[in-house]
Ligand binder design. Structure first.
Ligand SMILES: Cc1cc2nc3c(=O)[nH]c(=O)nc-3n(C[C@H](O)[C@H](O)[C@H](O)COP(=O)(O)OP(=O)(O)OC[C@H]3O[C@@H](n4cnc5c(N)ncnc54)[C@H](O)[C@@H]3O)c2cc1C
Length: 409
């Protein structure tokens, strides 16, 4: 018996749910606030769409931090391999990059999206664009469509309205208040995969804003004493740091800022050389040579790296080759705030794990399911974000089908 299912949010999670529900024979209506589908997905495809990762499942699932078990329910059923097969089925080839990241052959999202939307439309999925959900009550949704009020009713609803980064692409997090009003527990959305603010001196701001900091290693001390480290690079901005290596630590830094007002990352400016090797080179002292020339001649350090040394330590802390070598290998940079959520790659927070059942149906609103970035999980870049969006969309679609079947039985 055909039932009507509304999907709100035409991003990857919503469209995945739409596909699964339509395949079970139900009537599917997809609504979105924007004029076209998957705006953020298309943006993600501009710099090279990293759709998933090829690492083994045990490592892969740990990328979701403390939500690994929860997301495992969705990702085990639609993992990186299943996602790649699904992409191949759309006629798009994929390849594994040197880092293990998986990309569509053309690196873009647009061709994949074009084929996918065509397939969805041909299967009978209906699209209602420029419809912004403004309220939700049981199985009834109110939309604002160009200033007009539109009411839609359904037997089941999937909410896939994304997080709150890049709100001009449609996901603005306005759904948080609507769900809270319906008794749904929501963890406030926060910046993830983001840069941070630091308090630089006037000198660093004026001379080195925008400088790349290359071939360094970052490390972060976790609360349990474990150290996480990663070699890479970042950009020193006028008020902090940005870049993929910083994003990789953003959950840890942000959690510390939330807990105690600041998060500290340690930078090794010369990760390929041991402290002993540096000490040996630094012993080659020439009288009357300036300190910056001495650093450049002995270790090849200059520019922003030297500026960061001055920024972090007082001169009397690195008077000998031994103390200088130690300082160069352990610059502590303290951050006090994340970059605004509007500018970052993704968001943390969202509908709480305890607010949904194992098939992602809201406990407070039976017949309403959630999927994608609006659920309370986060992950680093590397294709983990999209994989979880596809997988939770897939699971929510299954959840809808099972729930509707149980109502008919
Ligand atoms: C610059 C950038 C690069 C990225 N690169 C990658 C990458 O390479 N790999 C990766 O894995 N991830 C990447 N991401 C993250 C990834 O794009 C997102 O995690 C993913 O798109 C989230 O999917 P979603 O379906 O949950 O939500 P979204 O894609 O955000 O879609 C949600 C949809 O809901 C609609 N909506 C929101 N509120 C309402 C409302 N009230 N009424 C109606 N409709 C509404 C929005 O218009 C939107 O279309 C990137 C993100 C950014 C910003």
């Amino acid at each position: 018996m055909q039932k009507t299912v509304i999907i709100i949010g035409a991003g990857p999670a919503g469209l995945m749910a739409a596909e699964g529900v339509r395949a079970a024979g139900h009537q599917v209506q997809v609504y979105d606030a924007q004029a076209s589908a998957c705006r953020k997905f298309l943006l993600a495809g501009i710099g090279g769409m990293n759709i998933t990762h090829s690492e083994a499942y045990p490592e892969f699932i740990q990328r979701y931090y403390d939500k690994a078990d929860w997301l495992g329910t969705a990702i085990r059923q639609f993992d990186a391999g299943a996602l790649r097969e699904w992409i191949h089925d759309l006629g798009i080839e994929t390849f594994i990059g040197t880092s293990g990241r998986v990309f569509p052959k053309e690196m873009k999202a647009a061709p994949l999206l074009r084929y996918w939307l065509k397939r969805l439309r041909e299967s009978g999925v209906e699209f209602y664009m420029r419809h912004k959900m403004v309220s939700l009550e049981k199985n009834q949704v109110e939309f604002d469509c160009n200033g007009e009020k539109v009411i839609a009713k359904a037997d089941a609803i999937v909410l896939a309205m994304g997080g709150a980064s890049w709100p001009k692409l449609g996901s603005d997090g306005a759904w948080q208040a609507i769900l809270q009003n319906n008794g749904v527990m929501v963890e406030p959305l926060q910046s993830a995969n983001c840069g941070f603010y630091s308090e630089w001196s006037e000198h660093l701001q004026t001379k080195f804003a925008g400088s790349p900091l290359k071939s360094v290693a970052f490390s972060f001390a976790l609360g349990d004493g474990k150290i996480v480290s990663k070699q890479g690079e970042c950009i020193v901005t006028k008020d902090g740091m940005e870049g993929s290596s910083i994003y990789a630590f953003s959950k840890y830094i942000r959690d510390d800022i939330n807990a105690c007002g600041h998060g500290v990352i340690t930078i090794d400016l010369l990760p390929l050389q041991t402290e002993e090797q540096l000490i040996k080179k630094l012993q080659n002292i020439k009288p009357k040579e300036s300190f910056s020339k001495y650093l450049k001649r002995t270790l090849g350090i200059s520019g922003v790296k030297t500026a960061l040394l001055y920024e972090t330590y007082d001169k009397d802390q690195y008077q000998t080759p031994a103390t200088l070598a130690r300082c160069l290998k352990s610059l502590s940079v303290s951050f006090y705030k994340t970059k605004p959520i509007e500018e970052v790659i993704s968001s943390a927070g969202g509908v709480c794990e305890s607010a949904v059942n194992e098939k992602l149906m809201l406990n407070a609103m039976p017949s309403v399911f959630c999927a994608g970035e609006m659920l309370d999980w986060e992950a680093p870049t590397g294709g983990y974000l999209l994989t979880a969006c596809f997988a939770t969309g897939h699971l929510a679609g299954q959840g809808v089908n099972d729930w509707l079947a149980s109502r008919l039985a």
